[in-house]
Design a protein around this ligand. Structure first.
Ligand SMILES: NC(=O)c1ccc[n+]([C@@H]2O[C@H](COP(=O)([O-])OP(=O)(O)OC[C@H]3O[C@@H](n4cnc5c(N)ncnc54)[C@H](OP(=O)(O)O)[C@@H]3O)[C@@H](O)[C@H]2O)c1
Length: 374
């Protein structure tokens, strides 16, 4: 039984674990939060690249599902389940016969999570545990949770809930026992152009001639939706269970983004919001001890007190290594930001292929190769 996502050899040592099937059996994927920014981009990509598949979208709002069904031309490979990740029974039903779950559903707005903490806990923490439990009960072989840099040294509730979700996923592998059921996470920074990102806000403010930024020194990681989708597809082929995958991506200064979007506008500094960091971190010094560098991405291995020997030592990070948006070695310039925003505004979510980040995370992640022998 093969479940390969890519033809390329995975970066990891050891035998490749395929999810899916080389026997041309149709691959079945469930995406929680499939009507969101990531979910729609992911579903579009899978349907475009793979004829033989069924994709189930799992989310609460019927209107978003209705709109998505219309936008996707009522593709028969696409199914919609109304459901809440807080509802474990419904999840088990939705996961019946599924090969891969991508868990994207979340409450993700920092101020809204601060103001509704119990709701954020129910969706992001309890919901994630329900996804793990349901995947074990339904025998789903691969489940990937989407996490965020805000889960690292969290200073707001959103980040804290995503940190808990990461821990639940890493630990979920224990529940699977000897069965080939695996849980892993991907952790990345701000997805530019996703719902609620700063780009639509700056675009609106540009019309008034005044852009507001909270702190001129602020930096963030930059990722496109396409890169996020590529990363998840790559992880589906490479995961062994318990890892957190972190892509190498460039940083940007938020003030440079403002200049790129509205070169002549006045920029007003309004002060940091509660729960907002000056810089984001994707990998702490403590995590770095369990992390391997695979060139295009880092892999945080589950902490089993592993010793640095053999292949691990070769890929180990230097002591004290921290992957932070302010000390990143790769930066977006005002000009490159302008180009990326122009593409986003044009309706595409892809970054120019000339950028290194695009190159590294898209390598070997075509869905067309799903289920094919390596
Ligand atoms: N966007 C970013 O910059 C970014 C960065 C790093 C990580 N992430 C992570 O990536 C994931 C996807 O983000 P996104 O930008 O695609 O978010 P989004 O556009 O806000 O979409 C969220 C999705 O989750 C669904 N949802 C919310 N609560 C739910 C619940 N209780 N049960 C079932 N479905 C629920 C929503 O649909 P309904 O409201 O209809 O249920 C929607 O489909 C999230 O886990 C987020 O934490 C995002």
């Amino acid at each position: 039984m093969r479940v390969g996502w890519t033809k390329a050899r995975p970066a990891h040592e050891g035998k490749r674990k395929d999810v899916g099937d080389g026997d041309r059996r149709s691959l079945k994927i469930l995406v929680t939060g499939g009507t969101g920014s990531f979910g729609q981009a992911f579903v579009r990509r899978v349907l475009a690249d793979r004829d033989q598949c069924t994709v189930r979208v799992y989310s609460r709002d019927e209107l978003k599902q209705y709109d998505m069904a219309q936008a996707f031309g009522h593709d028969p490979r696409l199914r919609f389940f109304i459901g809440d990740v807080r509802d474990r029974e419904r999840l088990v039903r939705a996961m019946h016969g599924i090969d891969l779950v991508v868990h994207a559903a979340a409450l993700k707005h920092v101020p809204i999570c601060e103001f509704n903490p119990a709701e954020a806990v129910k969706t992001n923490i309890q919901g994630s545990q329900n996804v793990v439990d349901a995947a074990v009960d339904a025998g789903v072989r691969r489940t990937i949770a989407l996490s965020t840099d805000k889960a690292v040294n969290p200073v707001n509730l959103y980040g804290a809930t995503k940190l808990c979700a990461e821990k639940l996923f890493v630990h979920g592998n224990v529940y699977a026992g000897a069965r080939d059921i695996r849980f892993s996470c991907v952790r990345y920074g701000n997805v530019m152009g996703s719902r609620g990102s700063v780009i639509p806000l700056f675009k609106k403010q540009a019309e008034t001639g005044i852009l507001t930024i909270t702190d001129r020194r602020m930096t963030r990681f930059w990722l496109s939706l396409e890169q996020a989708v590529n990363l998840v597809l790559q992880v589906a082929g490479e995961m062994r269970g318990g890892e957190i995958f972190v892509p190498k991506i460039p940083s940007m200064r938020v003030v440079d983004l403002a200049r790129a979007m509205a070169p002549t506008a006045q920029i007003d500094e309004v002060g940091r919001r509660p729960g907002e960091k000056l810089h984001e971190v994707l990998l702490t010094a403590e995590e770095a001890r369990n992390t391997q560098d695979y060139g295009s991405h880092y892999v945080i291995e589950p902490d089993h007190g592993r010793r640095r020997e053999g292949a691990f030592a070769e890929r180990a990070l230097p002591d004290g290594f921290v992957y932070s948006s302010d000390t990143n070695s790769e930066w977006m310039t005002v000009e490159s930001l302008r180009q990326h925003v122009a593409i986003l505004m044009g309706g595409a979510d892809a970054a120019p292929s000339s950028t290194r980040a695009h190159d590294v995370v898209s390598r070997g992640s075509r869905v067309a190769a799903l289920g094919q022998p390596s």
